[in-house]
Design a binder for this molecule. Sequence first.
Ligand code: FES
Length: 109
Amino acid sequence: MSQEIVLHFQTQEGETRSVDAVVGDSVMETAVKNDIDEVVAECGGSLICSTCHVYLDDETIAIIPEPDDAELDMLEGVASERRPNSRLSCQVIVSEGMAEHTIHTPEDQ
Ligand code: FES
């Protein structure tokens, strides 16, 4: 059986929804499966749309791999402000260590 953790998705307005996330899925897949509409993910994870933009907390950034060049290129095209903690959620894989972490969704995708 696949392992699940709880992830929290928080909008810029402070609305938070807590969802079950399957370890090994991407954060984008988790958002889409759970109807988090703030994550659009137009390209379905092919790294060609930038509409899966999220902001991560330091505790999450500390335990995940850094973005590769392709992700960094696509981050140039995000609709909302790009911040140092901006990531494309299709490139961030849910791991056990992310249990109870909060994913912040941007204003626009
Ligand atoms: S879903 Fe398109 S770049 Fe992430």
